[in-house]
Design a protein around this ligand. Structure first.
Ligand code: HEC
Length: 189
């Protein structure tokens, strides 16, 4: 007959062994994290914090042509409390976003923008959207868009690819030169 006590004992031993080996592995192969190193050049101490977290978003331009537009549409539900997306749609807490790609920042008729947006200058090209949607308040400090941001690169690519479709004549997809320029700028951020 099957012995449940033995099975239980075996499982217990297996569990303890797994715990112990994890614990031991932790002691012996604990990764050495470089927290800080200081380099002294000409008497001046230059502190470097080693590999730092990038401040800006990862590039998206190269992902746009293959991005999951349906996913973008789905993600837009998080924006819909504040934005309408249809042509001629109403302004809510935020402006209507039909035809937003390459539109001048802060230019939708009848919406009262913060001066942060109207004074930002430029237009909502793919790169500007990537930065704004990553962390709105970091890209345009003082914006009244209260939204934390889309942190996943694929999510931003999907969202921007979907926003692009909201137009009678969607903007051209980025070319190789633009993709390369974006990668270079992102590496420097
Ligand atoms: C809590 C409300 C809220 C949410 C959620 C929100 N927004 Fe906004 N959005 C705003 C407001 C308000 C503004 C105007 C900002 C200003 O004037 O500073 C804005 C501005 C914008 C602009 C600039 C529009 C222009 O005409 O210059 C874009 C693009 C935008 N939002 C995209 C999005 C997207 C995409 C999402 C979802 C991922 C989103 N927003 C989520 C409130 C919101």
């Amino acid at each position: 007959m099957f012995n449940f006590e033995k099975l239980f004992a075996a499982l217990l031993v297996a569990g303890i062994t797994a715990m112990l080996s994890g614990f031991v592995a932790d002691i012996f192969v604990h990764p050495h994290e470089i927290e800080k190193d200081a380099v002294t050049i000409d008497g001046a101490a230059i502190a470097s914090t080693g590999p730092t977290k990038k401040a800006g978003p990862d590039p998206v331009l190269a992902l746009l042509s293959e991005a999951d537009v349906a996913r973008g549409a789905k993600l837009s539900k998080a924006c819909a409390a504040c934005h309408s997306f249809d042509q001629g749609g109403v302004n809510k807490v935020g402006p209507n976003l039909w035809n937003i790609v390459n539109k001048a920042k802060g230019s939708h008729a009848g919406f009262s923008y913060s001066s942060a947006i109207t004074e930002a200058g430029g237009s909502w090209d793919y790169d500007a959207l990537n930065h704004f949607l990553y962390k709105p308040k970091a890209y345009i400090s003082g914006t009244k868009m209260n939204y934390a941001g889309l942190k996943k690169t694929e999510d931003r690519a999907a969202m921007i690819a979907w926003l692009r479709t909201l137009s009678a004549s969607p903007a051209a997809l980025p070319g190789a030169a633009e993709i390369a320029a974006e990668a270079e700028a992102a590496a420097a951020e």
